[in-house]
Each structure stands twice: as C-alpha cells, then as structure tokens.
Design a protein around this ligand. Structure first.
Ligand code: RIB
Length: 298
C-alpha cells in the first residue's frame, strides 16, 4: 500500500493571458476552486493508477476546506488519517497562462500542523511505499521517512518546493524526484558540473548517494543512481495547464513501483501520465486513470 504524508490544499485558480510581473496587475478569468496540494495530488494520481492509497495530512474547519477532499473521497483514497484542525485549510493561489505554465503561492494553513505521529502504527512495512513532498513541516517529513526506514518501506521524496538537502538529511530516502529546475538548483547548490540533463542528474545522484529522477516536461524524465542512466520520453501533447503534472509523475511512479514494476517501466508510465495531466485544466481533475495511461502507452 502507498501512504502519502503531505499537503492538502484548495487551489484558487485564475487563467491569465500572461502571469503578472512584480508590481503589475493583470485581469484574469473567473476563478475556480479545485482540490490540490502536492500531497493530495500525488495520492490521487497513485490511486487513479490503481494503487491502494492512504492519505495522511490535515485540513482546516473553514468553509473552503469542504472542497479539499472532493476528488479523494470518490476515488477511494483512505482518509482515516486526515485530521481536521481548527483554523484555515491550505490554499494555493495559482495563475495559469496561455501557454499552460503557472505561478503558485501556497498558504499552508492546517498543513503546518501535519505530523508523522498521524501515520497509523504498522502501516509502513516491507511491502509498502511512503511518498513525501515538502509542503508540510520538514522535520515531520524526515520523521515519517525514519518510520518507513525502520519498517522497511520504500521511501520516495519529491523535493518540491525545493530545499537544498545534504546527503545526510536524505539518509532514509530511496528515490529523490525533482523537476528540471530543482535539479539545476541542487546542482548549483553543490557546485556540480552541469551539462545536459543526464550529466546533471548523474552528478546529483552520485553526490546524494541515491537514485535521483528528474522530470523534464515535454522531454520526459531521466534517472541515475540505480542501474545506470534511464531516459524515458513524454507523450506528445498540447499542454493547456501543467499544474500537478509533476505530482502525477510522482504518484504514478510510486503506484507502479509499489506493484513490483522495475524503475524503467514505472518511469515510462509515470511520464505518460504526467503528459496526459497537462491536457486538461486544473490539477486533480486532469489526472488520468490507469486505463487511460495504459491506452496511451500502447
Ligand atoms: O504541484 C501543484 C500543487 O502545488 C497545486 O495543486 C497546489 O496546491 C500546490 O501545492
């Protein structure tokens, strides 16, 4: 089973021709309230790919919080370890421009109170996967990773929003997932030689001493640190909204690894799923089902 410990947000999304520069005001579309949050997104993506999934996190008792679980509930994600706190739910203020690119500001709300103690005892054993990101407190993320390490579970960390961790801090992580910008940030932080994606990711994997996967948008994804360098393609699509595409990749990757696929297969299917997620508006409503992923994989 997959346990996702992470954020649950409501995304307040406005489409704009061009996202505003500092000091600029632009007019946008009507806003939409869409369930989001990197944790919840990854949980839903894994569930739609066919995995049994437990979500661990927190929402507030405000009005907006009612929208936060609107996709997770019908999908059948186990929400028994989602706490409802007094106060605000996490909210992400998102602009999506005409090219499908976004800007995101996150107000953490109840996510700031999510803690590893909420993870049910005994749920992270040798046949389980723990999926983590960084919109909940870092100390709790690493406490969760330690629980998983003790239990023998696989641990996947999506380093988003980016934080320049040391190899020692990542001791309990098996697979680090970054996007191309986060890979560059990491490489710059360590003063690594940078070149094409393969070179950067290989250097990063060596420096961190673990498997690193970088998602590359329309160029697919690349991994290093396991059985050499693995490169998988994206699907050719016309993107309308890239929000949540990286979360889709991480969730689907975890789903296929959890059912026993090897890294190359899991990455290939995750890259296809990430591409499909760019073809519809919003994060969670755009995540593909397993049947859609398999049909696109041919
Ligand atoms: O990765 C996309 C997500 O980032 C959005 O759903 C938003 O909630 C922010 O967490």
């Amino acid at each position: 089973m997959i346990t996702v410990f992470g954020s649950i947000n409501v995304d307040l999304v406005c489409r704009v021709r061009k996202s505003p520069l500092p000091g600029e005001t632009v007019l946008g579309s009507d806003y939409a309230l869409i369930p989001g949050g990197k944790g919840a997104n990854q949980a839903l993506a894994a569930r739609r790919a066919g995995a049994p999934v437990r979500m661990v996190g927190a929402i507030g008792d405000d009005d907006i919080g009612k929208a936060a679980l609107n996709e997770l509930i019908p999908a059948g994600v186990d929400l028994g370890a989602v706490a409802r706190r007094s106060g605000t739910t996490g909210v992400a203020i998102i602009t999506v421009d005409d090219s499908g690119e976004n800007t995101i500001v996150v107000s953490p709300g109840a996510n700031a109170s999510a803690n590893a103690g909420q993870i049910p005892a005994g749920s992270l054993g040798a046949t389980d996967t723990l999926l983590l990101q960084l919109e909940v407190p870092q100390a709790e993320v690493f406490a969760a990773a330690q629980l998983a390490r003790t239990g023998g579970a696989r641990v996947v960390l999506s380093v988003a929003p980016f934080a320049p961790f040391t190899p020692e801090q990542l001791a309990d992580i098996d697979i680090v997932v970054v996007n191309e910008h986060e890979a560059e940030d990491f490489a710059r932080h360590f003063g690594l030689a940078r070149g094409n994606a393969e070179v950067t990711v290989a250097a990063l994997a060596t420096r961190l001493g673990r498997i690193v996967i970088a998602t590359l948008g329309p160029e697919g994804a690349v991994a290093a640190g396991g059985e050499g360098v693995i490169r998988v393609p994206a699907l050719k699509v016309t993107p309308v909204d890239t929000t949540g595409a990286g979360d889709t990749f991480a969730g689907v990757l975890a789903a296929f690894l959890d059912e026993g696929r090897d890294l190359r297969d899991a990455m290939a299917l995750a890259a296809i799923a990430g591409s499909l997620a760019c073809t519809k508006h919003g994060a969670q409503p755009s995540f593909p089902s397993r049947a859609e992923i398999e049909a696109a994989a041919g």
